[in-house]
Design a protein around this ligand. Structure first.
Ligand code: SAM
Length: 293
């Protein structure tokens, strides 16, 4: 058995050996607690038949655990300086492939086709770089990849927004976008002390389990997301005010907008944060007829 990478002593030794300095701008906070990593891997429910996709392997702390508990790991890392380090730290494992790439620019679907041909169960597992958490999650969801779900570490505050229920202060267009595609749960709150260097904010691990089909069915997905974003543009404003100020030509179409809200069975004076996702679906379908041209 090899000594785990994720201990303070081993991590420091690796960083010193390579003279590595953290880049804050790349969200580099490495995990130094093997127990937390094992729990992350457990939450992902991997077996020796599963494939794992990791974003940002760093010096390989999580990658190593994924390599031990899955069939194969493919990891996307943006920082060139980490490649020789990963080559070294992950040399005991023959089931890991590191791809030097910004995951936001990568063709993940194509990579899955090439690397996971005969793998039925695929999970994204990552300690995400906090400066791009939301774009990464949304890219992976919108591309409708053949994955079972994701278990990711992120800022607790973003995790709260993702799993928020209607009527709460954290509920917004991000909650709706993620819950549209997945069942979202916060499975662990993580203290700052398990990172090197320690981040300024608290962290959480969330599990997103992909739904067989989206939570609601709508006439036009893109328009549904436009309506939800518009409805939360100013949280203190009513639905009617946000929609008339945000939708294209909304001011001229004020009467049509109010009529559509009412046809959806919703009081135009309510605030976006009180609407369930089902109500947003009805609302977007009623508005779509007014805006489709
Ligand atoms: N997985 C390691 C761990 O848990 O110790 C490192 C996690 S660290 C929070 C985030 C990692 O993502 C860093 O290695 C960073 O260089 C990498 N990263 C940042 N932006 C990225 C991007 N756009 N695409 C791929 N990797 C990125």
């Amino acid at each position: 058995m090899h000594k785990d990478i994720a201990t303070p002593v081993r991590t420091k030794a690796i960083l010193e050996k390579y003279g590595f300095s953290f880049k804050k701008s790349l969200g580099q906070n490495f995990l130094i607690d093997t127990n937390i990593l094992r729990r992350i891997v457990e939450f992902a429910g991997l077996t020796k038949e599963s494939g794992a996709i990791e974003i940002g392997p760093g010096i390989g702390a999580l990658t190593e655990q994924l390599a031990k508990y899955s069939k194969k790991v493919v990891a996307f890392e943006i920082d060139q300086r980490l490649l020789p380090i990963l080559e070294d730290t992950l040399s005991p494992y023959d089931n890991v492939k590191v791809i030097h790439s910004d995951v936001l620019k990568a063709n993940v679907a194509e990579t899955i086709k090439q690397e996971f041909q005969d793998t039925e169960d695929l999970m994204v597992v990552a300690n995400l770089p906090y400066y791009v958490t939301t774009p990464i999650i949304m890219k992976l969801l919108e591309e409708q990849l053949p994955i079972r779900g994701m278990v990711v570490m992120l800022q607790k505050e973003v995790g709260d927004r993702i799993s928020a229920k209607p009527g709460t202060k954290d509920y917004g267009s991000l909650s709706i976008a993620v819950q549209y595609y997945t069942k979202a749960e916060t499975v662990m709150i993580v203290p700052k002390t398990v990172f090197m260097p320690q981040p300024n904010v608290d962290s959480a691990v969330i599990r997103l389990t992909k739904r067989d089909k989206p939570l609601v069915s709508v006439k036009d997905e893109e328009f549904f997301f436009t309506v939800t974003r518009a409805s939360f543009a100013q949280r203190r404003k009513t639905l009617q005010n946000n929609l008339t100020s945000q939708l294209p030509n909304g001011k001229e179409k004020k009467n049509e907008i109010i009529a559509a809200i009412e046809r959806a069975g919703i009081d135009p004076q309510r605030r976006g944060e009180t609407l369930s996702i089902e109500e947003f679906a009805k609302l977007s379908d009623e508005l779509f007829d007014e805006f489709k041209n």
